[in-house]
Design a protein around this ligand. Structure first.
Ligand SMILES: NC(=O)c1ccc[n+]([C@@H]2O[C@H](COP(=O)([O-])OP(=O)(O)OC[C@H]3O[C@@H](n4cnc5c(N)ncnc54)[C@H](OP(=O)(O)O)[C@@H]3O)[C@@H](O)[C@H]2O)c1
Length: 248
């Protein structure tokens, strides 16, 4: 029931980190995967090659999701590649910026909301005609949305917005059989959270987790496959913590 054979999935920010791991996992479950990237085209190429080498199906698709029309452009390209039907959207692309309240600039605040909130909002809007009964939308929230960690107030607010959108989207789209959920990782060792590679970052991370290791991108991917699959057919409007028991 986790088989995604015959389904098409779009993963934004699939060139690196958590998105890359989710793209590989969805492909392993049988989905044809559209590997979105912003600037890391070579990295996206290597994800597509890895999926094809394993016998799967994948194509890359570009769009700058900080631009106001980025989601609209991406949706057009996805429609050109996939036709009328999209079964799975994982809106994973995101940016973060650690800064105190005093240090946070208007530009950083606007960039965070543009990429982390505006882009997924309008991507869902623009892809609505391609979703149908059984389609699954997965957004990326964060531990930061519910806990004050690491001087991330502006970033955290973007993820709080995601938790709110999940409920509104799920409520509005349920009558079409479209499910909408979010995944909230804790600290995951990626370019975004490379402080977790330092001794101090590792100690901080393990100190707030029940499970005592630093998460890798692949630790998050299984939850995305679950939410995309029929196993999660009765799950909608929820944010699933996938954080090794952080800040319990
Ligand atoms: N890592 C963590 O500890 C953690 C914890 C909780 C939640 N999250 C969330 O998980 C998601 C993935 O995080 P990650 O750690 O995997 O990040 P990452 O390694 O920094 O990768 C970010 C991805 O987003 C894409 N992206 C960023 N800005 C973009 C833009 N303007 N236009 C298009 N694509 C853009 C990047 O594409 P290009 O490189 O191709 O530009 C890249 O593929 C984010 O939503 C993040 O907030 C992460």
């Amino acid at each position: 029931m986790t088989s995604l054979t015959g389904k098409t999935a779009l993963v934004t920010g699939a060139s690196r980190g958590i998105g890359r791991a989710i793209a590989l996992a969805l492909a392993k479950a049988g989905a044809r995967v559209l590997v979105h990237f912003g600037s890391a085209e070579d990295a996206a190429d290597s994800v597509v090659e890895a999926i094809r080498a394993a016998g799967g199906s994948a194509e890359k698709v570009a769009a700058d999701l900080r631009a106001a029309d980025g989601p609209h452009e991406l949706a057009k390209r996805v429609r050109a590649l996939a036709g009328d039907r999209l079964d799975v959207l994982v809106a994973n692309a995101g940016i973060s910026k650690a800064a105190t309240i005093e240090e946070t600039t208007v530009e950083d605040f606007d960039d965070l909301f543009a990429v982390n909130v505006r882009a997924p909002y309008f991507l869902v809007q623009q892809l609505l005609p391609m979703f149908g009964d059984g389609s699954s939308v997965v957004l990326l929230s964060s531990l930061a949305a519910r806990s004050a960690v690491n001087n991330l107030s502006a970033y955290a607010a973007t993820k709080g917005a995601i938790d709110t959108l999940v409920r509104h989207f799920a409520s509005a789209l349920g009558e079409r059989g479209i499910r909408v959920n979010a995944i909230a990782p804790g600290v995951v060792e990626t370019d975004m959270s490379n402080f977790a590679k330092t001794d101090a970052g590792r100690d901080f991370t393990l100190g707030m987790q029940a499970l005592k290791r630093v998460a890798q991108p692949d630790d998050i991917a299984g939850a995305a496959v679950f939410l995309a699959s029929d196993l999660a057919r009765w799950v909608t409007g929820d944010t699933l913590r996938v954080d090794g028991g952080s800040k319990l």
